[in-house]
Write a protein that binds this ligand. Structure first.
Ligand code: SF4
Length: 368
């Protein structure tokens, strides 16, 4: 059987599920309580909800979503500044589609577009820089949102703009790094996590090595792929470590993720960005958790190129996204879930994004 067939094979999945439940029962029995694992990545949240893995394991362990949805962790003030950029005369904002409907304090990019602002959806930053080259009379500002996975594409677009002299292209940089967020979670004494399912896509860039600090915290962690069988296999590894009293960082996605990650992408990131402290929704400022443009590329920084009015940001009243991103609550704990907040009327970003926990629960786990 080819690897991809095995990953999707229902018989393998059933066998794995049985093994995982058996191991989970043993660990729970030993600890005298249910376990809590966090799936850090929003794509895992969607895959877990869609496949029914969360309910399959519910008797023994809870899988909680974490801070791995890029749109969701973007601070409200950043959303408001992006909206302020869209309101500027002569500015065209380029963005991935997920950002469009995220509610800011008083508007959204979608609403601004309906009111006449120029907001364009691109599938890659390369398209945005090409658009800027073709429309030199207008200022293209691309919204750089995402983790280590999307930042290299943005870095490349800035290099291209610099090399080709495309001076009407800039980026509003709001990129974030996953390892410092994990540190912030572990530094919180209220968190009761027993293990991490680590993100597959981010790990392709940073490699297993970037997570070794987790071993010092005594936190078992496994890099997981996105097929249901891969997720179950990673959960199995976490449970086996708990049974053996081990706290290692393991790679259950080794057909894609290398020990050292993608060195070319890492080099590109360090050529274009430096690491800085940035605010995350729900967390506040996390040290060394974000990227900003290097001084020599400051001309491509939209936050410096344009004078933005001060924003008075407020988190949507009643929205629990911040606590959900920290794994302290689940979407169903939010009193607005599926009542005042639903996909056609999202109150917070976790209901908008295709990787948001609230969107995943609404779509697949509302009745479970
Ligand atoms: Fe926020 Fe809506 Fe999720 Fe509640 S259900 S946390 S209001 S996005």
């Amino acid at each position: 059987m080819q690897i991809w067939e095995r990953l999707r094979d229902p018989a393998t999945g059933r066998k794995l599920a049985g093994r995982v439940r058996e191991l989970a029962a043993r660990v729970c029995d030993r600890l005298g309580r249910r376990l809590v694992f966090m799936e850090v990545c929003g794509t895992h949240t969607m895959a877990i909800s869609r496949s029914g893995i969360r309910s399959l394991l519910r008797d023994y362990l809870e899988l909680r979503s974490g801070p791995g949805c890029p749109v969701c962790v973007t601070d409200q003030a950043d959303i408001d500044r992006m909206i302020a950029l869209a309101r500027l005369e002569g500015v065209v904002v380029g963005t991935f589609g997920d950002m469009l409907r995220v509610p800011g304090s008083s508007s959204s990019l979608e609403r601004e577009r309906a009111l006449g602002a120029q907001v364009k959806i691109f599938y890659s930053p390369a398209e945005a820089v090409a658009w800027a080259a073709a429309n030199p009379s207008q200022q293209m500002v691309f919204l750089g949102v995402g983790f280590e996975t999307t930042a290299p594409g943005v870095a490349l677009s800035i290099k291209e703009a610099e090399q080709k002299g495309i001076s009407n292209y800039s980026v509003y940089v709001s990129h974030k790094l996953i390892p410092p967020a994990l540190k912030a979670l572990l530094a919180d004494p209220e968190n009761r996590l027993d293990g991490f399912l680590l993100p597959g896509h981010v790990s392709t860039i940073i490699g297993r090595r970037a997570y070794l600090f987790l071993e010092e915290y005594g936190m078992p962690a496994v890099i997981a792929g996105f097929e249901p069988n891969e997720i179950l296999d990673a959960v199995r590894e976490l449970l086996e470590m708990l049974l053996e009293g081990k706290a290692e960082v393991r790679n259950a996605y080794s057909h894609v993720v290398r020990e050292e990650g993608n060195l070319r992408a890492q080099k590109l990131l360090s050529e274009v960005f430096t690491v800085c402290d940035v605010p995350w929704r729900g967390f506040g400022c996390i040290p060394q958790s974000g990227l900003r443009l290097r001084e020599e590329l400051a001309a491509f920084d939209a936050a410096r190129r344009f004078e933005l009015p001060p924003v008075e940001s407020r988190v949507p009243p009643g929205c629990a996204c911040g606590e959900i991103l920290k794994g302290k609550l689940t979407p169903k704990d939010c009193p607005l879930f599926a009542r005042a907040c639903h996909p056609t009327h999202p109150v917070g970003p976790c209901m908008v994004s295709s990787e948001g926990a609230c969107a995943a629960y609404y779509r697949y786990e509302r009745e479970v």
